[in-house]
Design a protein around this ligand. Structure first.
Ligand code: KIV
Ligand code: ZN
Length: 517
């Protein structure tokens, strides 16, 4: 099992391909928090962002490069000097930096997107790789839309990239078009036809438009890929990318079949998945493999009967092996600060003194309201404390009244403290209590948000569970999602609204470049 030739590197692009998709945008502190979680999970490469796309992305990559250890930190660039230089400067401080350059190679993209001939595409690719090599020893080259590229031309571009110094060749199925047997054959072909192929690691990057991203990535491994690019919960452009947790468990459960191994700590899969959905407000579907709430639930009598006799009847992996059992740990109002800190560390949160004090205060007041405080509650507390630490409007009072009588008028009044310390009180009526609440907040902050969606879900089970509210608003064409958590769902809703408003007022929303899929 430790044969180095059978080792598959895991390249996580949740913070780049994932983060650029609607509903998944993260602030710089959130990206940093998530990058630490990825390093704990054991991913080999963290693609931290696309620095040329926005100041916010550059800032986030910089923080990750300075702080996160244990994984290579990669950044994306088109084959443009400006992009590559932005990567180099953002990566200063990284122990293992990687610059990832890409250019489209398919006839469709060459003609309609780039307006370049085959020769010009090769020239640009070589220029990009050579320039990147001046800034970093570790350079990855991607041929965008590779699966719709003529295989001989693809082999030619890849050969030129290797000669220019690329040591990873990524073959993206940018539009999720390929099938397992086709991608496997392509990897076999490239390994046989790219000059000096042995000098490079071949990598798969599959999108999920036909629901085949994981199957295609596994087939690429069979064809010789030794790096797979994926994301937690499969987030990513359109239908997403290959889901890391599914790929890892397929390699593990069917280890004898694939004969490939990774260095991922599978017990961190569920906590990492949950952290991402808590940060982005994007819920994981209940029946999602490995990390969905139903993934290990046995409801029917026949299945329950089988499970009681022998787990193996209906379970091919154990929930505790992917981090489920651990996530049920419970704390209560008698738990102390040290116990809380221990549990937070086990969940991957290393807090400094003042962060711990703030989370401990939140924990004590939550434990007074709830009988049992679960890991998911603790994660929500840490992320809530992160949000409160950010300068912006703070909610200090909230009153909402509503009713079902014909003449009842849902009404909300709020008090917020603005970033300069001034207290503002406002009230509004609306079609319902949340409508009234958002209108009152808009008056109090002077910000009108164009709300696209609003959801409330429970963080854990039980009638005393905390509610997590997610609000998505469209700001200057970009979607921003904010979240808030409380045992009171109206307070959670107000916090989610303010989460977005504070980002807007700090003018931090990413100005995205729609350069890649
Ligand atoms: O899907 C794609 O082609 C990409 C590349 C930029 C790697 O994300
Ligand atoms: Zn992609």
């Amino acid at each position: 099992m430790n044969d180095p030739a059978a080792r598959v590197r895991i390249f996580d692009t949740s913070l780049r391909d994932g983060e650029q998709s609607p509903g998944c945008s993260m602030t710089s502190p959130q990206k940093l928090r998530f990058a630490h979680a990825l390093a704990e999970l054991g991913v080999d490469v963290i693609e931290a962002g696309f620095p040329a796309s926005s100041d916010a992305d550059r800032e986030a990559v910089r923080a990750i490069a300075r702080e996160v250890r244990g994984s290579t930190i990669a950044t994306l660039a088109r084959c443009h000097p400006g992009d590559i230089e932005a990567c180099a400067s953002a990566l200063e401080g990284a122990v293992h930096p990687r610059i990832h350059v890409f250019i489209s190679t398919s006839p469709l993209h060459r003609e309609h997107k780039l307006g370049l001939s085959r020769e010009q595409v090769i020239e640009r690719a070589v220029m990009g790789v050579e320039l990147a090599r001046r800034h970093a020893d570790d350079v990855e080259f991607s041929a965008e839309d590779a699966l719709r590229t003529e295989p001989e031309f693809l082999a030619e571009v890849c050969s030129a990239a290797v000669a220019a110094g690329a040591r990873t060749l990524n073959i993206p199925d940018t539009v999720g078009y390929t099938t397992p047997s086709e991608i496997r054959a392509l990897f076999e072909y490239l390994r046989a036809n790219v000059r000096d192929a042995a000098q490079a690691v071949f990598s798969a990057h599959c999108h999920n438009d036909l629901g085949l991203a994981v199957a295609n990535s596994l087939a690429a491994i069979e064809g010789g890929a030794r790096q797979v690019e994926c994301t937690i919960n499969g987030i990513g452009e359109r239908a997403g990318n290959c889901a890391l947790e599914e790929l890892i468990m397929a390699l593990r459960v069917r280890g004898e079949y694939y004969d490939a191994h990774t260095r991922i700590d599978a017990r961190r899969l569920v906590p990492t998945s949950r952290l991402l959905s808590r940060i982005t407000g994007m819920a994981v579907q209940r029946n999602k493999a490995v990390v969905g709430q139903n993934a290990f639930a046995h409801e029917s009598g026949i299945h329950q009967h089988g499970m009681l006799k022998h787990r193996g009847t209906y379970e091919i992996m154990r929930p505790e092996d992917v981090g489920w059992a651990q996530s049920q740990m419970v704390m209560g109002r008698h738990s102390g600060r040290a116990a809380l800190n221990d549990r937070l560390q086990a969940l991957g949160f290393n807090l400094d003194e003042s962060q711990l004090n703030s989370v401990f205060a939140g924990f004590k007041s939550l434990a007074e309201k709830k009988r049992e405080v679960f890991d998911a509650d603790l994660e929500a507390l840490v992320l809530g404390a992160d949000a409160r630490a950010v300068r912006g409007h703070r909610l200090t009072r909230l009153h909402v009244s509503t009713g079902v009588a014909q003449d009842s008028l849902p009404t909300a009044s709020v008090q917020v403290v603005d970033p300069d310390g001034a207290t503002v009180s406002e009230a509004a009526v609306g079609d319902g209590p949340v409508h009234a609440l958002f209108a009152a907040l808009a008056r109090a902050t002077g910000l009108a948000l164009d709300i696209e969606s609003y959801q409330v879900s429970s963080v854990t089970t039980g009638d005393d569970a905390q509610g997590q509210a997610s609000v998505t608003a469209r700001i200057d064409g970009a979607e921003l999602t904010g979240s808030g958590t409380s045992t009171d769902i109206l307070e959670a809703s107000a916090l989610a609204w303010l989460d977005i408003a504070n980002r807007v007022s700090r003018n931090r929303q990413p100005q995205r470049m729609a350069a890649t899929a």
